[in-house]
Structure formats: C-alpha cells, structure tokens
Write a protein that binds this ligand. Sequence first.
Ligand code: HEC
Length: 471
Amino acid sequence: MNLRNTMGWEKYLKPFLYKELPPTTGWSAILGTLCALTFIIMAVTGMVLAFYYVPDPDKAWESVKFITEEVALGKIVRGLHHWGAGAMVFLVFCHLMVSYLHGSYAAPRQITWITGACLFLVVLGLGFTGYLLPWDMKAYWATIVGANMPNQFPGGGTITRFILGGQNISGFTLTRFYSVHTLVLPACLLLFMAVHIYLIRVHNISDPRERLAGEALPPYTGKPYRFYPEHTNRSSLGFGILFLLLLLLAALFIPHMEEQAGTFIADYLPRPEWYYMWLFQLLTFFTGSWEIIGTLLIFAGGLALLFGVPFFSESKLKGMGNRPVSVAVASTFALCIVYLTVMAYAGVAPYNKTVLVPSRPLTAEENRGLQLYVDQQCSYCHNILGQGGHQTGPDMSNMVRKKRSPEYLANYIKDPQSQMKSTTMPKYVLTDGQLKDLAAFLLSLDFRGGIEPVERNCSDVLEEAKKTAGK
Ligand code: HEC
C-alpha cells in the first residue's frame, strides 16, 4: 500500500501543508491558530469533566467539588478548563483586534470577519453558560443578573423565561445551560470555525501590500513563509508556552468556588467573571430612564460595531502603519475596557458611604425609611440615580416613574416573590410600620422637575437613627 497515494498526499495534503502565506506574515498571525488549539484543550478537558459532572441543582456543586478534590488529576483538568476559558476569550479578543488593526476584514474577506465575529460571540456564550455549571453563589447570581437583562424591555420577559427555562432559576436552567454549553455552542463553534478556516485558505492571510480589492499582487520573493514548516513552528512554540502557562496556573491556583447556590449570605456581592466586569461597570453608568436605553444601546451598538466593521470602514489600506485612525480607535477602545475593568474591581461606587436623597426636607416617615434603607444595606444591590453598589436590582429612583404604589413596595420588600416570581431579592423580616416607612422613602426619590439630589453620609444617618431610637 502506498500511504502517500491512499492519503492523497500529492493532490490534497501537500498543497495544504506547504501553502505559501505572505512572506511578511508576522507573529501576530499565530493568534488565530492559538485560538483553535486552545479550543482543543477545552474540548478534551470538557469531555473529561463531563464524565463526573452532574447537571442537577442538588448535585452539581458537590460533583465539581468531587472532581477537584477526589478525581485523579481532576484539579488539573478543571484548572485547565477554567483558565483555558479565560485564555480563549482573551486570545479571540486579541485576534479580533489585530485583524481589525491590519485591515484584514476588507474585501474580499468580509465573510471571514463575520464568521470571526460569530466565533467571538460563541466563545463569550460558552463562557456565560459554563459559568453557571459549578452552581455556586457567584454562578447563580451572575446568571440571574445576565438572564434578567432582557426583562427590562417590552417582550423581553419571554427571552428571560427562555434562558431560565421557566419563571425562575431552577434545575431546568442548569440542564439548559449544560446542553447549550456542551452541545449547541460547541457545534456552532465547529461550524463557524470550519467556514472561517476555509475562507482563510481561499483568500490567504491578508498581505499589507494588498490595497485595492482585485489588484494582483507581485509574486512573493525572498524566504518563503509556508503554513508548514514556518507557521506551524511558530504556532507550536506559542502554543507550547501557552499550555505550560495554563498547566502552571492549574497546578498553582484552584479555581475559586463559592458557597453552593442558594446559601443565604446577607451581604453577598455578586460579580461576573473578569471578562464581563467592564460591561458590568458600563451598565452602572446608565440610570433612571437611561437604564433601558443604555442597555439596549450597548448591546445593539456593540453588535453593530462588531459586524459592521467591514462595511463602514472602507479603508483600502492595510498594514498597521498605514492605518493611524484605526490604531487610535482600537487603542482608545482597549484603554476604555481596561479602565472600566479596573474601575469595576476598585468598586468606585462605595455602596456604604453615601446615599442620595432629594434636597427637600424629608418627612419623619421618609427619614425613618432612609435609616432602614441604610441599615439594611439595600444599596448592596440597588442604586439611587446610579449611585450605590452593584446594580443587581433596579434603580430606586425609578419607583415613582414606574408608578409603584406604597402597598406594592411594602409587599415586595416583605416577600419579593409574591410580587414577581423571577425575582432574586431576599425577603426582609420587618414590621408593617417599617415597610411603610421604606416605601415612603423609596417614593420620595423623585428627582424630576428640578429636584436636586444631595448626598447623605451613611454613618450620619445611622448615628441619627440611634439617637432617635434612644429617645
Ligand atoms: C441581594 C440583592 C438585593 C438586596 C440586598 C435588595 N434587593 Fe431589592 N431587588 C433585588 C432584585 C434582583 C430586584 C428585582 C428583580 C427583577 O426585576 O427581576 C429587586 C427589586 C426590588 C424592588 C421592586 C422594584 C420594582 O420595580 O418593582 C424593590 C421595591 C426593592 N427591590 C427594594 C429593596 C429594598 C428596600 C431593599 C433593602 C431593604 C432591597 N431591595 C434589597 C435585589 C436586592
């Protein structure tokens, strides 16, 4: 048997392996290859994890703990999957930025860009769905916050219900996420990856000398840069370093796991995974009636930008040196993301220091409500005019605009689920009088018609509460 012939060496494999890439191809071209290779790590470690993982709300957390603590090499496999996920998001993002900077999306590579953008979204989706699977507090909250985002829009409730698999986060949410994470999204990823790689093969890697679409390039001269051995060598080196780094991370740092979902921790602060932190921070800038517009704007604008690049950036110039505007845009964008991430971690909105109230004197009832609001740390999840902790729940300055009645508010705080099934706000055990006070305070937060907000110091408010109580 002639193996070379049976495998189609001359006709298919040889041209495939020895394909000539532009001789000016730089190291950044390995980013795409690294994404594909990291996906292999994710697929293999994911398959191993699936042997032991149980997608059941009562057992998921235990099973992840079991994998980490009992299964031979389980810690390493889970670590690789965890850190690999972060690496993959990072690499896909870098690959996207570099392709943008090089102008590689220009004709005839528009579809290559679009499939790349789809891959980026699929990878983010894998991150989001994978996040819930350990079923710990962090996962639970991030999922609720994420899934509730469409809820703000008319008709969005259906989307939220579809994501959660019902009114509420439950076992159905978990099985749904598991199936999407292990079947649906990987299938999409493979499909888009196939088209993406096929198109790169068809149009080759973009060459900085290309200017106008269709203009023939002078033939490559000098030392050739081929897929094999030049590109594969570079990629192997890059991947070797990446893999060692991930192994090291996996060996040294066990992915942090919080308490099992549903554990009641009163002062719990939900946070998304690091690559969503900037978005989390960005969303906190939109308050009041801007809340909905802001969310819509960010998502629609982000998608339009991502998919629109090949259509509204018609620059025919390629190569980073020829594209000062793109470089400026991309660096500003990257800086903003870094800045937002840092801000999110620094927690610039100190939830427990000040609280915004209307400048007019508060009635006695409203004042008692304010004291309760501070004392019960409602600001942990709620903002007032965008100021407070992390926007898990709606902005409290919206209650008048939403025409909430005092009874509704009191009932909501006493037993949130009685008013809204899908809510995740904890119940508060308060007297009817206290509930009335709180409701009055929330309804006093009406900043329309030129009423100015003023800052009140939380410690002063509590001090005052003590004094009145002592009287
Ligand atoms: C652990 C986070 C958390 C804390 C702490 C919290 N809430 Fe909430 N709250 C939420 C969430 C989440 C929602 C809404 C969920 C939704 O819309 O699906 C909500 C909704 C509300 C609503 C209903 C708003 C509306 O438009 O119907 C009111 C009123 C409210 N909270 C008041 C309070 C008060 C008062 C406190 C303090 C005593 C408080 N919350 C503490 C998370 C929290």
